[in-house]
Every structure is written in structure tokens, then in C-alpha cells.
Design a protein around this ligand. Structure first.
Ligand code: NAD
Length: 453
């Protein structure tokens, strides 16, 4: 059986060997999921709710264990990893309320009674990237299970450990076997089989736009339902009338959080030209203040990148002679470290300005006025996230309506809040996760007419 050695990105030391699931094992898991779904959809809504709450409670009891596992596997600072494990608990708890609230409609028609039902789509294949292994797993898994689906999840090859542990906790909580299975392995084996298999009725994919387009084409063959959460190149727009101290102090965290390996990273800072110098003067000390170091240290704010290959990819955006305006520091020695880096000025056709880097590299570009800010923010195939800093309420609303992106925050950098819908415009994705309507993405509407005559 093939195995993958999980490496701690902060130390470059092996953490564990993980057996890779074969195509035959994927098929067996899908058959288990099909059988389990026939039973699971019949479990009384209140009982499904109770099981999800018990699952959430077990995750809560294991937050420290899961956080330590993520820190070792992904190099996430332990404070962030605790938040991520807590997010799994919260998302499970939030969707535990859903089974008892999945109401249909009664529609007035002549000659009878017309009602709609929200029927679970069936088996869901959930394909997860390496950057936020726990939260992204929970965003797909919790509403799908709540809706009466069963889930076969494939974590990223580099970061399977927390997903595997959460799979065990599901069984410990009493979820019937086959309702939630975790299959570590390769995208080209496990992921591809989930996409191809006719018994899988829906794919939820989070990852690169490149792989997402292949998955979309693959799903077409069996008309699979599909949710895509893909890349981003989001803008952080700072107007001259903003609280510049706050905008500059928070801008590094909006892009260097998770070492920039965040689809919502505000990796293009756009600043009104009249305050560019003032902003840069404040940004430099804010970047230098970012604590980069040992992820198991509670004070650490930024850890290493996920792998040597990814570090080389990130570094390729900052070649010799690149316009480095600010550069932070990193620990010496082992680990896939890359310093927080600010590039300015950058030409509009520079890859650092146009492509998703997925690392701690940000560009700063001036804009002339509101129309120019919106045009520059929209000058990308992506549309996932973004921030607007201004003290003018009307402008905040105008710009928020003008920027073609799924998730915006004004005078803050909030993106993913499980109470509210999350997803991308343009090539950043298709469909929405989270929020009050997430279970709808795991159901098909059935209309039933009952004659009364
Ligand atoms: P990736 O596309 O390389 O891989 C994502 C997942 O797909 C992994 O589990 C991988 O094994 C699997 N996969 C790869 N090839 C496959 C195939 N042919 N068939 C089926 N599955 C396959 O992405 P990554 O490098 O793990 O993650 C980084 C990317 O994810 C970035 O582009 C980032 O913006 C994006 N992302 C988006 C969001 C969002 O919500 N929009 C969130 C996080 C990450």
C-alpha cells in the first residue's frame, strides 16, 4: 500500500506515515456511503440534530489535541489552530439546528394541494485543500450531514491528520458508520474517483482554479451538482478619508495571516495616491511587528509555508531586483520560512500583481479616485474577498456594490463568518457555503401535487 510521509513544515521532520487510499478502497467507501445514506435520511430530524451536537461536543473536548496536530502538520501558529478547531465545533453546532428547520413550501394551485420537499442529494464528495484543513472540511461536511447526505471527504495529501482524527470523533459521537468517511490520498486517485463515480451526486471542491476547472468538466459527465471555492487576488482599498493608523496596522494581518496561504488574502493593497506616503510610513513598522516563528509558541502570529516546493513557488514572485519596499524577518535554520514582503511600486502586468501568490507577499499600488479604485479592484479574473477603508458611509456602500467579489468588509478584514454566506464571483468559485442557506446546496427540491378533486 502506498504511503505519504507527513512533514512538519517548521522543522522539516517527519510526523507520521499515512496510508494512501486506493481506487478500490474509494469505491468501497462510496458503496458504504450509499447504504448509510438510505438509513441516515430516515433518521428523525431531532435525532440527527442530537448526533451533530454530540459530535460538536466531542470536537470541543479535543480542541487542544486537534490544534497541536494541526500545528505539527501544517505549521499553523497554535493560537490560530485552536481557533480553527473551534470553528469545526461551532459549524457543527450551527448546522445541528438545521435538520429540524428544513421546511418546504405549500404553493396555491387549482385542483389540489402542492407542496415541496428538500430531498438530500445523496453521497457528497468533499475535496479539501491544505491551507485550512479543519475549517474547510467542516464547511462542507456539517451542512451536508445535517441535510441528510453522507460525506466521503478527501483531505489534501500534505495535511490529512486533523481530518482523519475528526472522522474518528464522528464515529465516537455515534454517527452511523458510512455517514462521514475520510480517505487520505492523492487528488489524481481519490479526488478524481469521487468526481467520476456515478453514485457520488455532488462534489464540494476547495482548491486552485486550475484543478477546479478540471473538476467542473469532470462533473459534467454525470451532471453532478458542484460547489467550487477557488483562488483569489483580493484588494484592500484604502481611501484618504480612512483611519490610516488602523488601516495600516491591520493590513499585514489581512494578507500575512496563515503565511498568506489564504484564498481571502488581501494581496493587493490599493491606496488613494494623496495618502500613499503617509500609509507606507505606517505600514512598514506594522509589517516589522508581525511575529514570525515557532508555531507552538502562543505569541507567534505567522508560521512557515507548507512545503519547500511551495516556498520556491512563492519566492519566484520576488526575483533579484524586485521592488521590495519592506521585508520582515524569519527564524534561521530548518523550516520552510518566507519573510513578510511588501512590493512597491509594481507594474500592472507584473505576475506579483496579477497572479495569486498564496504566500506572504503583498503589493501596494496608488489609485486616483473612487472609479479608479473600483476599476483596479476588478481588474482580475478572481472575485473572492476584499476590504474597503473609508469614513464616508455612502462611499463604502457605492464601492462595496461596485467591486465584483463575494465577500467584502468595511473598516475591517472579516471574511469567513459561519453565520453568513461565503463564496466567489467570477473565477473564484461557484455556489455559496456557510450561512443560513448552506443546507440548500445539499438538497434537490421535489414538488408534489395531490389532487383534491
Ligand atoms: P489544489 O487545487 O492543488 O488541491 C485541492 C485539493 O484537490 C487537494 O485535496 C488535491 O489533492 C485535490 N486534487 C488535485 N488534483 C485533483 C484532481 N485531478 N481531481 C480531484 N481532486 C484533485 O489546491 P491546494 O494547493 O491544495 O490549495 C490552494 C488553492 O486553494 C489556492 O488556489 C486557494 O486560493 C484555494 N482555496 C480557495 C478557498 C476558497 O474558499 N475559495 C479556500 C482555500 C483555498
Amino acid at each position: 500500500m502506498p504511503t505519504h510521509t507527513v512533514i512538519n513544515p517548521a522543522t522539516e521532520q517527519p510526523v507520521r506515515q499515512v496510508e494512501q487510499t486506493t481506487v478500490e478502497q474509494v469505491d468501497e467507501a462510496i458503496q458504504r456511503a450509499v447504504r448509510a445514506q438510505q438509513h441516515w435520511r430516515e433518521v428523525a430530524p431531532a435525532d440527527r440534530a442530537r448526533l451533530l451536537r454530540r459530535f460538536a461536543e466531542l470536537v470541543d473536548a479535543c480542541v487542544e489535541e486537534l490544534a497541536a496536530l494541526e500545528t505539527a502538520n501544517s505549521g499553523h501558529p497554535v493560537g490560530a489552530a485552536r481557533w480553527e478547531a473551534g470553528q469545526v465545533r461551532d459549524v457543527l453546532m450551527y448546522y445541528s439546528a438545521a435538520p429540524e428547520r428544513m421546511t418546504g413550501r405549500q404553493i396555491p394551485v387549482p385542483g389540489g394541494l402542492d407542496v415541496t420537499f428538500k430531498e438530500p442529494v445523496g453521497v457528497v464528495g468533499l475535496i479539501v485543500p491544505w491551507n485550512f484543513p479543519m475549517p474547510i472540511l467542516s464547511w462542507g461536511m456539517a451542512p451536508a450531514i445535517a441535510a441528510g447526505c453522507t460525506v466521503v471527504a478527501k483531505p489534501a495529501e500534505l495535511t490529512p491528520l486533523t481530518a482523519m482524527r475528526i472522522g474518528e470523533l464522528a464515529l465516537d459521537a455515534g454517527l452511523p458508520e458510512g455517514v462521514f468517511q475520510v480517505l487520505p490520498g492523492k487528488g489524481s486517485v481519490v479526488g478524481q474517483r469521487l468526481v467520476e463515480h456515478p453514485a457520488v451526486r455532488k462534489i464540494v471542491f476547495t482548491g486552485s482554479t486550475e484543478v477546479g476547472t478540471q473538476i467542473m468538466a469532470g462533473c459534467a459527465r454525470t451532471v453532478k451538482r458542484l460547489t467550487l471555492e477557488l483562488g483569489g487576488k483580493s484588494a484592500n482599498i484604502v481611501f484618504a478619508d480612512a483611519d490610516l493608523d488602523k488601516a495600516a496596522a491591520t493590513a499585514p494581518y489581512a494578507v500575512f495571516d496563515n503565511a498568506g496561504q489564504d484564498c481571502c488574502a488581501r494581496s493587493r493593497i490599493l491606496v488613494e495616491a494623496s495618502v500613499l506616503d503617509e500609509f507606507m510610513a505606517r505600514l512598514e513598522p506594522a509589517v516589522q511587528r508581525v511575529q514570525v516563528g515557532d508555531p507552538s509558541d502562543a505569541g507567534t502570529e505567522m508560521g512557515p509555508l507548507i512545503s519547500a516546493a511551495h516556498r520556491a513557488h512563492v519566492a519566484s514572485y520576488v526575483p533579484d531586483g524586485a521592488p521590495v519596499a519592506v521585508r520582515g524577518t524569519v527564524p534561521a535554520g530548518a523550516g520552510f520560512w518566507y519573510p513578510p514582503t511588501v512590493l512597491a511600486p509594481v507594474p500592472a502586468d507584473s505576475p506579483a500583481y496579477t497572479e495569486e501568490i498564496f504566500g506572504p507577499v503583498v503589493t501596494v499600488t496608488p489609485f486616483a479616485d473612487e472609479a479608479d479604485a473600483i476599476a483596479k479592484a476588478n481588474d482580475t479574473p478572481y472575485g473572492l474577498s476584499g476590504s474597503i477603508w473609508t469614513s464616508n458611509v455612502g462611499r463604502a456602500i457605492r464601492v462595496a456594490r461596485g467591486v465584483e467579489t463575494g465577500n467584502l468588509s468595511v473598516n475591517s478584514h472579516s471574511s469567513v463568518r459561519y453565520w453568513t454566506p461565503f463564496g466567489g464571483f467570477k473565477q473564484s468559485g461557484l455556489g455559496r457555503e456557510l450561512g443560513p442557506d448552506a443546507t440548500d446546496a445539499f438538497t434537490d427540491v421535489k414538488n408534489v401535487f395531490i389532487a383534491t378533486d
